[in-house]
Design a protein around this ligand. Sequence first.
Ligand code: ADP
Length: 429
Amino acid sequence: MHESSEEELRQLRLRQFLQWMFPVAVGFLGVYAIFAFALRSPALAGGAVAVGLYTAALAWARRLALHGRTARAAWVTGHALLVMVVLGALFVHFLFAALLLMPIAGVALVLPYLERPALGRYMFAALGVDAWVTVVDGLLPPLVEQPPLVLQRWVLVLAVVACVALTLRILWVDSARLLQSLGLAEKAVATRDEFLLVASHELRTPLTPLGLRLQLLRRELSLPPPHSSPERAGLHLDVAQRQVKKLVELVDDLLDVSRISAGRLELHPARMDLTQGVREAVRRFEPEALRAGCALTLEVDEALMGRVDPLRFEQVLDNLLSNALKYGAGKPVHVRLERRDGRARLTVRDEGLGIAPEALERIFDRFERAVSGRHFGGLGLGLYIVRRIVSASGGTISAASVPGQGATFTVELPLSADASLVPLVSGGR
Ligand code: ADP
């Protein structure tokens, strides 16, 4: 993992810590306030003020961390803790010290997972001060008048039980959840790092043949007329154009993913003849099918009118067809469009390597792939974008497969309301 990722992870950890510590501090504020009121204890009221200030500082630090000012947020958190202990010590008596000790001990115990050495030092300093206060407080006369001894003992027992229970809960339940989310965050950062590696490799791949073909083209054009061949030049241009197309598709996919993440994927639905769209896509893919050694067949029963964004519909078809040719090379690919239960159903079926059952849902997620990157290029974004487009068009997409025997992708889209006005056309291509 590189440096910036580690920094991001640290920021995430601090944010998680603050998010988790804030409600705990609010809880303690409540406990102090209730006891201060019940016992009419100025000492506990002082304690409540100290915890209240700490809670406010945590809220402030949380806001700082959210705006990316992590170092400042850590500074505020650590110093607020010291202020709380010092302020608490002014009003100190045994009860307050015992109450304070518990949450600090709880937090100090989970610190190794938070990787905030500075914060850790403050916590342990506070713990030291607090423990010292607890011991010495028993020897000193109280600064303020104390409630009756019996009541004090009961409150102490209750407070300690409550604090121990809360600390255990924090340790066993919340910290498990915290660790789990840290694990997820780590995985997300690792996935992103891996993605950057794959993406740069994928973007680099078409550039080599592109450069080579342009070089060959230049050599071809520099030959005197009887030796130069327009056919050969055309061939070089064809290959170069295909590589440029690949690059454009990759960059478009990346742009689409950022649009989806920012919630800005715009669709411009229009009434369109889905049959026509599918026919055109299949026609467009004929040269690629020929190169992949796939017989491409199309079956349509009737003209179906849908309401989709024509360009995005084309993108869905292109993705499914190019996947079928890529993962089913050398075997037939079947495309079918039919009316089913009042909807348009498109199926793209290949007889290629298929998909393992555990991966059938996962492949629709971002960056998810079910094949080794060494054997097949790709960013794992196509199906993610396709599913977003299809669901934004009011449809669904699913995959079915028998591993080793091929995969079938099924898209269902709503039909346009006045579809019945469209004349029927004969099936087949
Ligand atoms: P990419 O093809 O760039 O990896 P996609 O999002 O289009 O990304 O597909 C995600 C994964 O789904 C692929 O990596 C592949 O493992 C699997 N997949 C998609 N289509 C097929 C198919 N027709 N046959 C077998 N596996 C497929």
